[in-house]
Every structure is written in structure tokens, then in C-alpha cells.
Design a protein around this ligand. Structure first.
Ligand code: IMP
Length: 189
């Protein structure tokens, strides 16, 4: 069976993609290919970082690979936090990151935002990118405790509840990552 590295050690992401591929590929994690170093993410864009991570693995480990990168883009903040989503407040603390974003949006009525996910596949030296977005708006306060990251303050279009309140089934059916993964799977199939 053809081997493909997914440049992550996040078990949740691995399971999601392996399930979607239905056993057509053997998916290997970074740990499984012996990659223990931090992958570079220095390009300043979500798509650039996704490409940089996939290329790093294929260049250093001689295995076909795909990598994902995602972030939240807020229109009233000119696309911030974007590529800085994970460290927006200066730390990886999601409570602090959400509080920081809510403070920045204090008094601003345009709450429009989207999650964006970009997957880069490098196979036989060829590069392809797959993107998924989910449109929505930023709530005025934290609502719900489900999900992770910014889920308690993101209300997807067509709903009144945040990703933190909606079920995983609903979120996974429409999320940015799910859409990018579906595009990748359709390409590989
Ligand atoms: P990553 O590139 O997938 O690790 O995502 C970067 C950051 O974006 C994460 O640390 C989260 O803060 C945020 N993020 C990405 N996807 C989601 C999501 O589905 N819900 C909430 N936050 C997310």
C-alpha cells in the first residue's frame, strides 16, 4: 500500500483523514517517519506555511507528504489574526487569544470572519493545494465549551450558536478543515 506522511502528530487530525481515505493509503505521522524537529512556519501566510511544512518533510525524509495550516480571518481587522491565529495574544493559550480578539473587536459592529484551512500535497515532486473555508461571525462573548481553539466565539453562517455549542457532527460537516480534507481525498481517489 502506498505510504503518505501527514505532517502532524495531532491524533484527531490523523484519524479524520485516515477515515476519509478509507484505507486507500497508509498514513504515517511525523513521529512514525522519525521527524522530531519543529517544522518551519515562517512564510507569513497560511498557504505558504502549509507548503513550507510539506516541502520540508519531502526534502528531508524522501516521502510523499501533505501538511495543513489554518487560521481565523476577521474582516474588520484586515484579516487578523490569520497566520498568527495560534499565538495571537503572544501565547498558545486559547482563552487569552479569544479575550484578546474580543477586546480588539469591542464596539465594532462588523463581526464578519472565516476559518481558512489549506492543505498542500507533495507527491512525486508535484505540488497541489486544497482549501476550505467556513464563513461566520465573531460572538460578543464566549458561548459553549465544546470543540477547541476559537470555537466558543465563532458562529457559522446560518446558525445562532457557536462552534463551541454546536455538535461535533454539525461542525465536522461544514468546517474549513473538513472541506479541505474532502478536496484532498477526492484528488487522491
Ligand atoms: P492549525 O494550523 O490547524 O494548528 O490551526 C492554527 C490555530 O487556528 C489553532 O491553534 C486554533 O487556535 C485555530 N483553529 C484552527 N482550526 C480551528 C477550529 O476548527 N476551531 C477553532 N479554532 C481553530
Amino acid at each position: 500500500m502506498k505510504q503518505l506522511c501527514f505532517a502532524t502528530n495531532n491524533a484527531h487530525k490523523i484519524n479524520e483523514v485516515a477515515f476519509a481515505l478509507g484505507g486507500a493509503f497508509e498514513i504515517l505521522t511525523l513521529a512514525e517517519i522519525g521527524c522530531t524537529e519543529e517544522l518551519p512556519e515562517t512564510t507569513g501566510t497560511i498557504s505558504g506555511n502549509s507548503r513550507q511544512k510539506a516541502r520540508y518533510v519531502t526534502d528531508h525524509f524522501q516521502i510523499d507528504c501533505f501538511a495543513d495550516d489554518s487560521g481565523l480571518e476577521v474582516d474588520a481587522l484586515n484579516g487578523e489574526p490569520g497566520v498568527d491565529t495560534a499565538f495571537y495574544s503572544g501565547s498558545r493559550d486559547h482563552a487569552k487569544n479569544m479575550a484578546f480578539l474580543l477586546t480588539k473587536l469591542d464596539g465594532i459592529t462588523n463581526r464578519r470572519a472565516r476559518f481558512r484551512s489549506v492543505i498542500t500535497l507533495v507527491q512525486n515532486g508535484e505540488e497541489d493545494q486544497f482549501e476550505g473555508t467556513v464563513e461566520g461571525r465573531i460572538a460578543t462573548n464566549l458561548q459553549g465549551e465544546g470543540g477547541f481553539g476559537y470555537d466558543p466565539i465563532f458562529i457559522p453562517e446560518g446558525y445562532d450558536q457557536t462552534f463551541g455549542e454546536l455538535s461535533m457532527e454539525i461542525k465536522n460537516g461544514m468546517s474549513h478543515r473538513a472541506k479541505a480534507v474532502r478536496a484532498l481525498v477526492a484528488f487522491l481517489a
